[in-house]
Design a protein around this ligand. Structure first.
Ligand code: CTP
Length: 401
């Protein structure tokens, strides 16, 4: 285990668990991490900046308005410096301010100004943690890709028993080590497709589907974090490009997506097809707005779209191909059928409906390959994406050496 030269910004907000963060700084540094501490005003009521300064070997920042500190390393520089932002403890107040995009102190400002992944270790009274306001803020942050570490259950400093304890320093350190992974895709080029496709009927109408693109974007981010050079081909979605993704190509229709993917895949080692590609498009696209013919049914003739995965599978030199299969029933049978029919190396299948799949923050996947299977249990799309990428890397190394 090593964190050698890893740059971790530790945010400390106001809570009694702040004393454990002193230990955390030591443990992170034991593994070679560079740690810079940013404290909120509340945190200074629990632990002094001098303690963190001595332990981290770096000046501790507390205020946006400290001219001397800004001259040494400005807050934007600090935001860029960080490879990871770990906030421990994360108080209810800090969580609320992050969820609502506040920039009213140095720590929240740095979080907004940084592309680094943010890890939160909440710590608060169990009643506060269970409060719907706190839970709604946590949901917002999770959907935005913030990683949640804990909280744990147990005895609390206030005498209560329940969920809200900050994870122990060693557990937080393990999470940091795991977050850097071991760059399982280092040196590989990966293309990820994501989102729906839209097939125009006329200038104002289209046939689309309910894919949000979140799973594919999470996969692209996880692949980038695993060291891959990622090209993301995105259908019409309203998501910002994940940090670390090298190139993004925005497309609308299945035909455009095929062209962009085929182009990018020519150089790629792995293609992960997370897009929900429309199977059909209107046979004719009207170049004027179709008018309603009252009382008469409208008939649309549809033509079949190109199958992007099958197109790549038919090439003699082709990347390692990973497909997705969203099914409402008979998941394994349909998934294995697609694996074979489309000539894929692996397929990630999920059941849609029941709060999972499209438009949901959580998902559950089962991976199938010719002679194997792996279950990734229900988790956030971000966490699943990391598990998927780890498995893809493992299979890729097995098959392609
Ligand atoms: N896919 C593709 N090109 C298409 C349609 C789908 O590359 N024209 C890819 C998707 O990106 C996904 C996988 O194929 O990775 C499975 O998509 P799905 O729509 O479930 O497969 P279909 O073959 O269309 O099967 P179904 O009859 O279930 O729609």
């Amino acid at each position: 285990m090593s964190l050698a030269q890893r740059r971790i910004l530790l945010g400390v907000s106001g809570g009694i668990a702040a004393y454990k963060s002193c230990e955390l700084v030591r443990r992170l540094r034991d593994l070679g991490a560079e740690v810079r501490v940013v404290m909120t005003e509340g945190a200074t009521h629990f632990v002094s900046a001098t303690t963190f300064q001595a332990l981290s070997g770096q000046p501790v920042r507390m205020s946006l308005w400290d001219a001397e500190a800004e001259a040494a390393m400005g807050h934007i520089e600090l935001a860029r410096w960080a490879e990871r932002i770990l906030i421990a403890p994360a108080s209810a107040d800090l969580i609320a301010r992050l969820a609502h995009g506040f920039a009213n102190d140095l720590l929240t400002t740095v979080c907004l100004a940084s592309a680094a992944p943010v890890y939160l270790a909440p710590a608060m009274n169990q009643q506060m943690w269970a409060h719907p306001a706190v839970q709604a803020n946590i949901d917002t942050l999770r959907q935005r890709g913030v990683h949640l570490l804990g909280p744990a259950s147990g005895d609390q400093a206030c005498g209560d028993i329940g969920s809200g304890r900050m994870l122990e320093p060693m557990e937080l350190r393990e999470a940091m080590v795991a977050s850097f992974g071991n760059l399982v895709l280092r040196g590989l080029k990966v293309v990820v497709s994501a989102g729906p496709t839209y097939e125009d009927i006329d200038p104002v109408r289209f046939i689309g589907n309910r894919s949000s693109g979140r799973m594919g974007f999470a996969v692209a981010e996880a692949a980038a974090q695993a060291g891959a050079e990622v090209t993301l081909v995105a259908g019409p979605v309203s998501l910002s490009t994940p940090p670390g993704v090298r190139r993004r190509v925005d497309v609308r229709s299945a035909a455009q997506m095929r062209d962009a993917v085929v182009d990018a895949a020519a150089q790629a080692d792995i293609y992960i097809a997370a897009a929900a590609v429309g199977d059909y498009r209107p046979a004719e696209v009207a170049d004027y707005k179709l008018k309603k013919q009252a009382g008469a049914p409208l008939e649309l003739r549809l033509s079949e779209n190109p199958d992007i995965l099958a197109t790549l599978a038919a090439q003699t030199v082709r990347p390692f191909l990973v497909g997705f299969a969203a099914e409402t029933h008979d998941v394994e049978r349909y998934a294995r059928d697609k694996l074979q029919r489309k000539g894929l190396d692996m397929i990630a299948a999920n059941q849609v409906g029941g709060g999972l799949g499209f438009e949901a923050a959580d998902n559950a996947l089962t991976l199938y390959w010719a002679d194997g299977v792996a279950d990734l249990s229900r988790a956030s799309k971000t966490d699943l994406a990391h598990q998927l990428v780890a498995k893809v890397a493992e299979r890729y190394r097995t098959v392609r050496g």
